[in-house]
Design a protein. Sequence first.
Lengths: 121, 355
Amino acid sequence: MKKYTNEHEWAELDGDIATVGLSDYAIKELGDITFVELPEMGQVAKKGESIAFIESVKAASDIYAPLSGEVVAVNSELDTAPELLNDDASQTWILKIKVSDSSEMDTLLDESEYKIFISAL
Amino acid sequence: MEELKRTALFDKHKELNARNVGFCGWEMPVQYEGVIKEHDACRNGAALFDISHMGEFFYEGDIANSGINNACTTDFVKLPVGKCKYGFLLNEKGGVIDDLIVYKLDATHLMFVVNAARIDVDFEQIKSHIKSGTFINRSNEVSKIDIQGPKSKEILQTIVSFDLAELKFFGFKQSELLGAKATISRTGYTGELGYELYVDNETALKLWDRLIDLGAVPAGLGARDVLRLEKGYSLYGHELDEQTTPLEAGIDMFVQYDSHDFTGKKALLEQKNRGAKKRIIAFKTNSKRSPRQGFEIYQNGQKIGVVTSGTYSPSVQSGIGLGFVDTQLFDENAKQELQSARGNIPIEVTKLPFY
């Protein structure tokens, strides 16, 4: 089940591996995505730290680690086809993190909480 | 905060699910379906822009002797009737109060088209030159719709009674559109074949719908900015301001130095002789990284300037930008780079247009 951060990342946990992407809302706000700077494999980040970077034609934003851990996979398809995120952000993962503390998942918003959060923005 | 103004077409944009943005005191559509799609519509088909926030002033009187001909870098006396010209309102130091297009409607009538954010300043500045005649700000009564792109001519031709081929670049005609008076101008801000249409607010609603029915694609200010930057056109508040001269901005070819007196001429000529302290450069990142306004420009570890406009260009498939550098420090044989929070971005200085 996907959970969300206030910074519009989503995370889905399978064992200790979290798949991470950006919400449809975030991608829609950014517009046409032109560039995703993916992290190095093995990069370690704490929850809330900048871990990647995304640009659209007219905007740019950091992507923050939704959970603490180590990067174990990146979606290198995004190097050549960043527009995949515009096609379907909820199905387009950006990176995978081997999480160091899966209980952090409890601090994230579930789908309905996130919907309420963005409706107030 | 002051409430944002809305154009006559505001509800049309809402129906089209436009995403709006505050721009120069106006609530304007930044995009409808997406910047790249709207950009491509303009380069390959026809794009439709609501530019009604821009200002229109009208002068009637003795153009040669009222003083109005000293207001602007354009010589209105020499300007032929039926032609318009791009030029500048300058301060005494040669800094740009605004860039504008002036239309010679007939021997005694002019129309000034100015940037939205500068309407009040410009009106007072021009008025201060005028000793006779009438000068009126009709910005609130006039809507401006731009149709731009290779298909704009065939689309517009279906609702225009004269042959659009008669209009040469920077030519215009006062005619009718959908039964109302209109000024149809062969001009634009995209570098494509295109027209700028000036109509009353009521006609604008019908015209907007009709042009969409005929195949024009609504496009927002986001696409417009990318399109103008690909051609290297200046944008007031970015490349142009009161601290920047047309010479420094690299566009003093639009200044008519030789024909008439105008405010700022002396300072501009002095700068031309002496040399300017700063100059504009155009550059590409040759990557998907985009320059952004405010990024600093470095050369051999030394800061030499700042970015004034930047975007990703779908036509060039690279980040592109404009910025100003210190004329003394800039070395065209050296390598320049931008400093951003996410590391340095190498740039290649290039000639305009980008596309």
